[in-house]
Design a protein around this ligand. Sequence first.
Ligand code: DGT
Ligand code: CA
Ligand code: CA
Length: 482
Amino acid sequence: DLLHIEGVGPKKVKLFYDQLQITTLDELKAAAQAGKLRQLSGMGAKSEAKILAGIETLARLQTDRTPLGEAWPIAQAILAELADLPGVTQHAVGGSLRRMRETIGDIDLLVAAADAAPVMDHFVQMPQVESVVGHGPTKSRVVLQNGMGVDLRVLPATHWGTLLSYFTGSKAHNVRLRELAQKQGLSLNEYAFTYPDGREIICATEEEVYQTLGLPYIPPALREDRGEIEAAQQGTLPFLIQAGDIVADLHMHTTWSDGRLSVLEMAQAARAQGLQYIAITDHSVSLGIANGLSVERLWQQAAEVRAANEALGPDFRIFHGTEMEIRADGALDYPDDVLAQLDFVIAALHVSLRQPREQVTARVLAAVNNPHVDMLAHPTGRLLPDRLGADLDMDQILLAAARTGTIVEINANPRRLDLQDSYVRRALELGVPLAINTDAHHSDEFALRHYGIATAQRGWATAARVVNAWSLDRFRQHIHHN
Ligand code: DGT
Ligand code: CA
Ligand code: CA
């Protein structure tokens, strides 16, 4: 097992065994975390950190699902190559990736082309392909060097609607679609609807597929058989929040803590992207590892935010906030008189996530119930794929948030996506105001927003319920009154 770690050969395995009696990955990880490897001859802090990173990569490769944030860019890169091939008229991701699930089993790619052969040939010969599992006229499958499987299906553009619908899934959603088809005496597959006598209904668009079934178009994020078919039948599908609805980002970091750009640089980048207001929310004092702000530095930062607001003028607004630690003992990191002077107070868990359910839930409840706390960020603190979040009684927390008007965040960073989709849905049922924030440490990370929007969509969120879609006045009113 140890030999599978990048940079570890037989000599090192022998060294670890002779010196530290290490025989398993877990023991090696523990030794690295305890700083014991760096003390061995020929090793140092750097090689120790490399081994730790190697163990984490290996762990990720061994789980059979890949985080959305890793699969998405890989799929987009392959798709862009295929899109440029001669004869390709349509291209899309399908499967769980199109539905934007938080983890992806394999990548499904869909292409419309008059002649599939050149597309398939290109696909199986891509440099990142490790092995070719199948290479056929309509369907090919490869495994990439990173271990991910990729399916590609190609049909003529005339069949694009059924192709897309069939391979977007989910399986459960498709079962319901086929049942509806059967009621009309039709069978349904990726090629067409078919009558018993062989006549076909060919669909070039997904809209036509749903229309044939007597349904309005159902967005991919909803296709999980979680009530979307019934809602479609009753005409009560939600108008899901879209990227164009977002005018604000309420969670980001600057060089004052662990961010990479200044207050003004972050604000300028946000404004350039069309946002109307942001909150600057650097870490609080006890998070020393992230250079959290003392109260003194917090007031210095307030002056910088004021100056940036003056520089940017009246059509953009920066709120001076904090991402305040909920400490292990449940206390908040700044006293109430400090919080009262801030524009926007986020509370968040980063430490002692493994406390028993009651204890960690009580910490979060205390924060939500504090009248100065405006928002709870990434509630569970999970990190995909392998760091589990706190064992929270989420229903209690969402009930408290609904009662106090505390905003609950959908953190858009694809390692977090926290709230997760099922809790988004519950939060909406309970009347909790939601936010979709990037938690950016550099303006480049504003680009992660789409993962958060997709997670909100998977939870059936509409723009009315997401504060980032509210006007500046409405947002101001909300945080003043709650
Ligand atoms: P994943 O890959 O585990 O994250 O999840 P999906 O949803 O991407 O599943 P996948 O890759 O097995 O198949 C992609 C879509 O193709 C799936 O959502 C529905 C459709 N599909 C695949 N296999 C079957 C099947 O045996 N029957 C039906 N009806 N649909 C299938
Ligand atoms: Ca898949
Ligand atoms: Ca697949």
